[in-house]
Design a protein around this ligand. Structure first.
Ligand code: UD1
Ligand code: CA
Length: 458
């Protein structure tokens, strides 16, 4: 909608978190909570998004980057004082301003949109998003007049016993007529229990001026959870995790045990893929259709094709193609590109390597800084010797190469197409096309020698 602006409050230290990390940067399902808030606002669309930063300003700006403009609140004198800082950027504009706290990551874009719609329908100067809480402790309470309209908000610490019994709470999300907001902010004082400039006082001030104030009551209190401490953080994580899992299940992904499955907010997963218990999918990971992931796999910032299985394995910042089998107990380290129809079996480690279609490393191998062609077979226990103590070196293996068990490929080295490396060979020189390389001590049998060994008889 045109002339819509958003202000996000993110300057507080978050004392109750007892953390070195600034509160709004604490991750929920792998994404800093303030970034959830910004992404939700971006989904509904705002002409300008301004984030108020203070504690950890540099870290917050580095995390959000271009997603927002920033204004510094050098001293944290309260939420009204925080919004006031945005006046330099937004003060004169005509339109509607949505204000959201950086510590309420669960408020859905649909709810923000409903709040804006309600605000416009009511022709209000201010509309507050409220919720009914079973336990309203810690939240501001909504005081309504005899006619049922909102009069003001009272903070927990300023509330009388009677007001503390009110269970309609201020979620910390509002929309305002932009100019009315910045005018009213000038009148907010700090004459209260915390000596702070409270943003919700704007509601009372506008009401006293005879302006129309509205409230939009959300159906779901859990959506409005404000994360002030680690107990609430764990609760937010649980709720967000359930929400993400539900989205994937509705899209056709089977999640055998949603409680034991962690999926990042950005992950994309195809239809008929099955996630078994103990799976953790982090960052911008994409998984195709008809895959089986898990049990117990950890996949970070990676892409996986269709019909691929990843059993009890770790995949980091890599890509894996279609119809490929990984694990159990494989470790795919960053910058690996694995093509289609590949088999990476148990106890195989792959680092910064490219593996062509149809290639197999079925057991106990280490592949580092290597390029393998198509239909290569790497026998059990064979490894690349990529590090000489100072530098890393590359191994290049062509198509249709057979590497027998327990071979050492000492890099830098190239093995050309269709060659055959005999088991136990230490390859130190390049191997030409279609050659057999064999480099191992010849076996000698000493007949009847055992009697000289003085072995104890049972
Ligand atoms: C606030 C509301 C309360 C509401 C609750 C909802 C006020 C006075 N109280 O309380 O009515 O029920 O949110 O979760 O607004 N911040 C700044 N600068 C400041 C102070 C705070 O940027 O000077 C930021 C914080 O980083 C935080 C947000 O504003 O993201 C809310 O501040 P917080 O201290 O958590 O307010 P609450 O006590 O939760
Ligand atoms: Ca809060």
């Amino acid at each position: 909608m045109p002339n819509t602006y958003a202000v996000i409050l993110a300057a507080g230290q978050g004392t109750r978190m007892k953390s070195k990390l600034y509160k709004v940067l604490h991750p929920v399902c792998g994404k800093p909570m303030v970034e959830h808030v910004i992404d939700h606002i971006s989904e509904i669309g705002a002409d300008r998004i301004v984030t108020i930063v203070g504690h950890g300003a540099e870290a917050v700006e580095a995390t959000l980057g271009e997603k927002s403009e920033y204004v510094l609140q050098a001293e944290q004198l309260g939420t009204a004082h925080a919004v006031e800082q945005a006046g330099t950027l937004l003060g004169d504009l005509e339109g509607t301003t949505l204000v959201v706290c950086g510590d309420t990551p669960l408020i859905r874009p649909e709810t923000m949109q409903a709040l804006l719609d309600h605000h416009r329908e009511e022709g209000a100067k201010a509309t507050i998003l409220t919720a009914i809480a079973n336990d309203p402790t810690g939240y501001g309470r909504i005081v309504r007049g005899a006619d049922g309209t909102v009069e003001r908000n009272v903070e927990q610490k300023d509330a009388t016993e009677e007001e503390q019994r009110i269970n309609e709470i201020n979620t910390g999300t509002y929309c305002f007529d932009n100019q009315a907001l910045f005018e009213a902010l000038k009148r907010v004082d700090n004459d209260n229990a915390q000596g702070e400039y409270y943003l919700p006082d704007v509601i009372r001030i506008l009401k006293e001026q005879g302006e129309t104030i509205a409230a939009y009551v959300t159906e779901d209190f859990t959506e409005t959870l404000g994360v002030n401490d680690r107990v609430a953080l764990a609760e937010a994580e649980r709720l967000m995790r359930a929400r993400i899992a539900e989205k994937h299940m509705r899209n056709g992904v089977t999640i055998v045990s949603p409680e034991q499955t962690v999926i990042s907010a950005e992950a994309v997963i195809g239809q008929d893929t099955v996630l078994l218990p103990g799976v953790m999918i982090e960052g911008a990971t994409t998984i195709g259709a008809d895959c089986v992931i898990g049990p117990n796999s950890h996949i970070v910032d990676s892409s996986i094709g269709n019909e691929t299985t990843v059993h009890s394995s770790v995949v980091l910042n890599s890509s894996i193609g279609n119809e490929t089998a990984v694990g159990p107990f494989a470790h795919i380290r960053p910058e690996s590109n694995i093509a289609n129809d590949v088999k990476i079996g148990n106890f195989v480690e792959v680092k910064k390597s490219t593996i062509g279609n149809g290639t197999k490393l079925s057991h106990l191998s280490y592949l580092g800084d290597a390029t393998l062609g198509e239909r290569v077979n790497i026998g059990c226990g064979s490894i690349t010797v990529n590090y000489d103590g100072k530098n890393k070196h590359e191994t290049i293996v062509g198509d249709d190469v057979f590497v027998g068990c327990n071979s050492n490929l000492v890099a830098p080295v190239t093995i050309e197409d269709e060659s055959f490396i005999a088991a136990g060979t230490t390859v130190t020189e390049n191997v030409p096309k279609r050659s057999l390389a064999i480099g191992r001590v010849r076996q000698e049998n000493k007949e009847d020698y055992v009697k000289n060994l003085n072995l104890k008889k049972n």
